[in-house]
Design a protein around this ligand. Structure first.
Ligand SMILES: N=CN[C@@H](CCC(=O)O)C(=O)O
Ligand SMILES: [Zn+2]
Length: 412
């Protein structure tokens, strides 16, 4: 058997894998498998019996290995918590966007060092549960200085940063003037740190027209787009996301047939077998948020059946979803949203990568793909304390992360 080492790159063989769920374009699930990575790059995948020699050998002892979770929607840059609001909600009060102001006050009051420590701890918490690629939004600064600070701190600690100055109109501000600020000076201030922009298009937050202005300005500034839409009722969020060819529309709790058809239409030019063509708008479902706000779970099953690519994300934030557990989201998606285990894991890996435009890329591209295991992709691996991914749903609530590699580096 041949070795598989390039000069200067240590190779690692993980062998005796009970189930290797690749989430690649062929949807391969290999039994009795092995995988080799060199540095940050996956170099080989196959059967135990054909495994090449490597510098380091790890025995998985029959455990399952999946791609690391790709969490494409979180709000990690905040201080304080909202326990009282949560308790009131559990006692019957409904969620409203107004709670964002409480977190904005707490966030503005802490030092840069403290805010950095808080974000770093949240990233560590996510990685310890199998997340290997992570997005965070701004959105609790809501003035030029604090949005720029949030973007700068996030950029140092997470993989993708989304500008969400359009999260809430701060108390005392005129909505139109605040929208001008979001589209002008605030956008300019965050631009060096962010790749995406988002708008909370919902009653109590931003109107359709204000959202359209934000999306236009962000697009003109060269940012990729996403929309928080259709969370608290049917509304214009999905249609706007489709109109602007946004990379994702997130929440999607209340969808009309027209919304689902429109989202499905965006995927007509993308070939799932080859990953080629034009990506559509990913529908990002946030089940932990739906449960914590007592909203109907997003119709993930219907979306998949209609041909929409979906993502599952934790939406970690202090108001609606104070968790970074993607495993919890996968469990809920299987038990309550009627996804198969494979579909749920796919939505939380490949689907998240699609929402972030990071699902493709190999040796010849600038960036390696994340969210699936294939040669040339980034070695982001999640080994479970279980023989198959099915245990994520079969053993709800049990912490099943055994070990994690991020870009080939052991993180857990
Ligand atoms: N929906 C908008 N933003 C957050 C919640 C923000 C908050 O309440 O603090 C979300 O995604 O659920
Ligand atoms: Zn959110």
């Amino acid at each position: 058997m041949s070795g598989i080492s390039s000069p200067g790159q240590n190779s690692t063989l993980i062998t005796n894998i009970g189930e290797l769920m690749t989430q690649d374009l062929e949807h391969r699930v290999l039994k009795d498998a092995a995988i080799v990575f060199e540095g940050e790059r996956i170099a080989w995948i196959g059967s135990i019996n054909d495994a090449p020699v490597a510098d380091t050998k790890i025995d998985a002892e029959g455990r399952a290995v999946l791609p690391g979770w790709v969490d494409s929607h979180s709000h990690l840059v905040f201080a304080g918590d909202r326990t009282a609001e949560f308790e009131a909600r559990m006692a019957g009060q409904s969620y409203s966007a107004g709670g964002i102001a409480v977190t904005t006050g707490a966030t503005r009051s802490v030092s840069d060092d403290e805010l950095t420590r808080l974000v770093r701890d949240r990233v560590t918490e996510a990685v310890s549960q199998g997340t290997t690629y992570l997005e965070s939004k701004t959105g609790y600064g809501l003035d030029v200085e604090n949005e720029a600070r949030s973007a700068r701190i996030a950029a140092a600690l997470v993989d993708e940063v989304t500008y969400l100055g359009a999260h809430l109109v701060p108390a005392g501000s005129d909505p139109e003037e605040y929208t001008d600020l979001v589209c002008g000076e605030m956008l300019d201030a965050v631009l060096p740190h962010v790749r995406w922009a988002d708008v909370f298009c919902e009653r109590g937050a931003f109107t359709e027209e204000q959202s359209r202005r934000v999306l236009t300005a962000a697009r003109d500034a060269g940012l990729g787009l996403r929309v928080h839409g259709n969370q608290l009722g049917e509304g214009p969020g999905v249609a706007l996301a489709v109109e602007f060819a946004a990379a994702s529309v997130d929440h999607v709790n209340y969808l009309s047939e027209k919304d689902i058809d429109a989202l499905a239409g965006t995927w007509a030019g993308w070939d799932p077998a080859t990953g080629s063509g034009v990506r559509g708008t990913v529908a990002t479902c946030l089940p932990a948020c739906d449960l914590s706000t007592r909203q109907p779970l997003a119709p993930g099953r219907e979306l998949i059946d209609a041909g929409v690519q979906i993502a599952l994300a934790a939406n970690c934030n202090p108001g609606t979803s104070y968790t970074s557990s993607i495993a919890f989201c996968v469990t809920t998606a299987v038990l309550q949203m009627h996804l198969s285990v494979h579909e749920a894991v796919r939505a939380a890996t490949f689907g998240g990568a699609l929402a972030l435009g990071r699902e493709s890329g190999n040796d010849v591209d600038g960036e390696r793909a994340v969210g699936s295991l294939a040669i040339g992709h980034r070695a982001d691996l999640h080994m479970l304390k279980a023989p198959s991914a099915t245990h994520l749903a079969y053993r709800p609530g049990i912490p099943l992360t055994h070990s994690v590699w991020r870009a080939g580096v052991r993180a857990v």
